[in-house]
Design a protein. Structure first.
Lengths: 309, 317, 329
């Protein structure tokens, strides 16, 4: 046996050579920032928000005065996107419409996500009668096709002569009404699989109360799914709102939304000869929804721990 | 299997029953009825007609009549067109089916090919291009792209007709008829394919990516199989199998027509019929159409579940 | 005895988001005909990646394989055509993996998957391949071969699936069988059966086995020659009995000490202190130095080379480089 000398290395020396790891949220944020596509989507959205909410403040045409001298004028220096049939500046109206469309999109998403998550989580957690009732109700709403329902509500709005300011809120409610069942099913499904996981068994064995289990353990695990679904839902809500407006059943003129600006171009003349009236709003919807989808997808890659790219 | 089926069918019927009640009530809520909106009639005549059509009765009674008739296969008489609802459906539904079937076919074919290749060449420039394309396709507002393509191809370039199924006043027959319909179909089918292709391509792409990472693919390569065998025999079959469940969900779209597309392209399909009926409150047609979609949705879901069982030997009902 | 395979200075790099990982770092070894060589080490030491690199299965991911030579017969596996390498895979060199439950295609029958290698490499007809497949199923000790032939992977147990994997591997008469932790996912009793079967097959056919494992018990049972890996490098190698009787490298000594002995009762089980080093922050040194009870100053500054001792054993440790140690004072 050879004599082998001992070393002077201590436990502390060994521990310090291990790397520090940041919190899960910060890690996710860092990874998200690395995804250039997702970041560009976010940047575009921020830009869109800024110009839609702040832009009209800088526009000299924000009062939407009717100016019969320059009706349906093609784009030129004074009006970058031309004017519409009442001589109003299209660009300003586009931004104002963006305000409405974005607001409606986000608010209706928030509503449907809130209702959907709440009901879905309760259904999935408590099972039994509560689950059956919620599930059947969601199923019922899912069986009925969306567009006819929205049309009926739209017609109701027109009939009851709901004033324009309130129409916007009604549209939000309508969209949430058809939107929450899909979300509820997703959340319920996730809740069902989560509650069987071992960490929940451990929580039960430790004798934790229901509320603690729900709020402290299950909810944080649901957040990633909810966030991703919510983000992607905004795009869907904006598209739905535009379809409604296009059919004249959502927010009505003179309040502009991207949807009803496209509808205003339904006459042959406008369609063929005045493309600046309806192409910009369409493109705006398109770009905004793409940005939302790209960003939402990047979020999903980052927040879903099982997902690998 | 049979107990599962009976349970499912019972549930389906109950849901449809509840749905029909809900829809009927909603339509009843809708202001105005068929008669009131017609300005050509005098007040007295209106009252007469209301009596005749039974529009005066309380809602639940009207519903009772409707559901009783429905059970006997009688979905009522269109108030506006004075023909049985089912006959009208039959006249229009095949036009919608033509568009839907063609576009669904192309959507699936392209989605599979593009999705699979893009997954196999993950991270390549082709894949990035495909991802951008997928996002774009999923974000387009349907009515806008329809209008936009019409503007470019029909108005500006004049390559294709702007709408309708046949050129107005045409009485072509045989091959000439077919050719005309094909010309008119091109734009709507293109738009519908474009709209559906985004999410489906992404679905196949992500399935394929998941499958390629699996252990058994590594085994197949370790066995010295050619890349072609690995791709087609092992990867593809596993990636495509789950897609069979999606077939059921296409059912409502196939026969239900697209309200938006048919409006924009002035296509004489069942969606257009619905929109016309809606504006005059032709209740029997409205009920019939909405229930048709509901029924197709429910059947489609059942079909999906059954197909899944057929496709994957591990899944038990 | 001639060598079935000669690996010379094999290295495999992986590009990750956080940097380059050298999973295999200048590994060289030989497997002789009819010999069982065991590569043993902890998880992440690079033993599986070594096997995958030899088979050419690292390509396509973010990995890059380099080396002087991987000699198989008269071919260099690192330099031959991809298609030629493919014809060798499954035919002359076969590989089985750790998780039998997921290593087979769930939508194809056992029979279809068993017939693939002979049909591809030996151009067997369907009929002949079928007959052979059934014989193979019997050979690996599974009764009712016809029934098994027609069944799906999810209908079989882990042990049976691993036998099928072995059957698939030997179906074309390979010269070398690489087994990557073949028994880790199985029960102990099944483990013994699988190992027995591998031994029998080796004796019958004369094929060599390169067995990768972290379990010293398996090594003791199966190996003729042992290679110990740590952090991508070989730290010790030698004949199995010699290595077990006189382990030279502190890591090998630690491994052997860690294995509990049946019947012996200790207050505390021994474990090597510390953790495997982070592959991204390796410095030029002996990678084991921060866990080694005998660490010298030179161990923190220079990598030791694999040197042959008298008796044939090879060690990579500064403790045995007595000349260098004395020269540096």
């Amino acid at each position: 046996m050879s004599t082998i000398p001992a070393t002077g290395r201590t436990e502390a020396d060994r521990r310090s050579s291990a790397r520090k790891r940041p919190s899960l949220w910060r890690q996710s944020l860092r990874r998200l920032m690395k995804n250039k596509l997702a970041v560009s989507g976010l940047v575009f959205l921020a830009f869109m928000f800024l110009i839609c909410f702040l832009g009209p403040l800088f526009s000299p045409y924000a009062d939407n005065k009717i100016n019969t001298t320059i009706m349906n004028h093609a784009p030129y220096a004074k009006h970058w996107l031309g004017t519409d049939l009442l001589g109003r500046d299209v660009l300003t109206r586009l931004l104002q419409a963006g305000r409405i469309s974005l607001t409606v999109g986000i608010t209706s998403m928030l509503l449907s996500v809130f209702i959907g998550s709440l009901l879905g989580a309760i259904a999935g957690y408590y099972r039994g009668v509560v689950d059956q009732v919620i599930l059947r109700f969601a199923d019922l709403l899912l069986t009925v096709p969306n567009l006819p329902i929205l049309f009926i509500f739209g017609a109701l709005l027109s009939e009851w002569k709901v004033p324009t300011e309130y129409r916007m809120y009604m549209v939000m409610l309508m969209l949430s009404f058809v939107g929450w069942p899909g979300l509820a099913r997703l959340i319920r499904g996730q809740m069902l699989s989560l509650r069987e996981r071992e960490f929940m068994q451990a929580a039960t064995v430790l004798g934790l109360r229901d509320r603690r289990k729900l709020v402290h353990h299950l909810l944080p695990n649901l957040f990633p799914l909810i966030i991703v679904v919510a983000t992607l839902n905004i795009g869907g809500a904006i598209l739905s709102e535009s379809v409604l407006s296009f059919f004249g059943l959502g927010v009505m003129p003179p309040t502009p939304t991207w949807g009803n600006m496209i509808d205003a171009a339904n006459t042959i003349i406008d369609f063929e000869k005045h493309p600046w009236l309806w192409i910009p709003p369409g493109v705006s919807i398109f770009l905004t929804v793409i940005a939302i989808n790209i960003f939402g997808d990047g979020l999903r890659d980052v927040l879903d721990p099982k997902q690998k790219k | 299997m049979s107990t599962y089926l009976t349970r499912r069918l019972t549930y389906m019927l109950l849901i449809l029953f509840a749905a029909s009640l809900l829809i009927f009530l909603l339509y009843a809520l809708t202001p105005g009825d068929f008669v009131t909106s017609n300005i050509k009639l005098t007040a007295a005549r209106k009252a007469e007609l209301r009596e005749l059509y039974g529009l005066n009765k309380p809602v639940l009674e009207r519903y009772g009549i409707w559901i009783k008739n429905a059970f006997h296969g009688d979905f009522g008489f269109s108030l506006a067109q004075q023909k049985p609802v089912l006959t009208l459906f039959h006249d229009y539904i095949w036009n919608s089916f033509l568009l839907a079937a063609t576009s669904t076919f192309f959507t699936w074919v392209f989605a599979v090919i593009i999705g699979v290749i893009s997954a196999y060449k993950q991270y390549s420039w082709f894949d990035t291009l495909v991802m951008v394309f997928i996002f774009a396709a999923m974000s387009i507002p349907s009515f806008f792209i329809g209008l936009f393509l019409i503007k470019i191809f029909a108005v500006d370039l004049k390559w294709l007709p702007p709408g309708g199924m046949l050129t107005t006043g045409s009485n072509a027959v045989g091959m000439a008829y077919v050719r005309e319909v094909l010309r008119h179909m091109t734009l709507p089918v293109a738009v519908m394919t474009l709209l559906g292709i985004g999410s489906l391509t992404r679905y196949f792409r992500s399935n394929m990516i998941d499958v390629i990472k699996q252990d058994f693919i590594r085994t197949a390569r370790a066995k010295g199989m050619t890349e072609r065998t690995v791709l087609y025999r092992h990867a593809l079959r596993n990636a495509l199998l789950p897609a069979i469940t999606l077939v059921g969900f296409e059912l409502p779209g196939l026969f239900g027509g697209s309200l938006i597309i048919e409006k924009i392209f002035n296509w004489p399909g069942i969606g257009q019929l619905y929109m016309q009926s809606f504006s005059v409150r032709d209740y029997p047609l409205l009920m019939g159409f909405t229930m048709l979609i509901a029924v197709l949705t429910v059947i489609g879901t059942l079909l999906s579940d059954i197909l899944y069982h057929v496709a994957d030997p591990r899944v038990k009902l | 005895m001639p060598n079935v395979i000669e690996v010379d200075n094999l290295s495999t790099l992986f590009e990750t988001e956080e940097g380059t990982v050298k999973a295999v770092d200048g590994v060289s070894f030989r497997v002789r005909e009819g010999e069982t060589v065991c590569i043993v080490g902890e998880s992440g030491c690079g033993k599986s990646v070594t096997a995958m690199s030899i088979m050419g299965l690292v390509e396509g991911t973010s990995g890059k394989v380099t080396g002087d030579r991987v000699g198989f017969g008269d071919r260099d596996l690192l330099r031959i055509d991809r298609n030629e390498l493919r014809t060798i895979r499954g035919h002359e060199i076969a590989m089985i993996f750790q998780e039998p439950m997921t290593s087979l295609n769930p939508v194809l029958t056992i029979g279809e998957q068993l017939m693939e290698p002979p049909r591809e490499h030996l151009r067997m007809s369907r009929k002949a391949a079928r007959q052979q497949a059934i014989k193979l199923i019997e050979r690996v000790g599974i009764p009712r071969a016809e029934q098994i032939f027609a069944s799906y992977p999810h209908e079989l147990s882990g042990g049976m699936l691993q036998r099928i994997m072995i059957a698939m591997a030997i179906s074309c008469g390979p010269k070398l069988l690489i087994a990557d932790e073949p028994t880790t996912a199985l029960d102990v009793t099944i483990q013994a059966q699988i190992l027995d079967m591998l031994r029998e097959l080796k004796e019958e056919t004369g094929m060599s086995i390169l067995l990768i494992t972290h379990d010293l018990g398996v090594v003791a049972e199966m190996a003729d020659y042992v290679i110990v890996m740590y952090s991508g490098k070989i730290v010790e190698e030698g004949e199995v009995s010699e290595l077990f009787a006189h382990p030279r490298h502190p890591y090998t000594q630690g491994l052997l000490r860690s294995k509990p002995i049946l019947g012996q009762r200790l207050e505390r089980l021994y474990s090597i202190p510390g953790q495997v080093p982070d592959p991204l922050s390796l410095t030029p040194s002996c990678y084991f130095h921060d866990r080694c009870a005998h660490c010298l100053d030179i161990c923190t500054r220079r990598e030791p080379e694999l040197k042959t001792l008298e008796g044939g054993q090879k060690v990579a440790c500064w403790l045995y480089e007595t000349a260098e140690v004395e020269a540096r004072g």
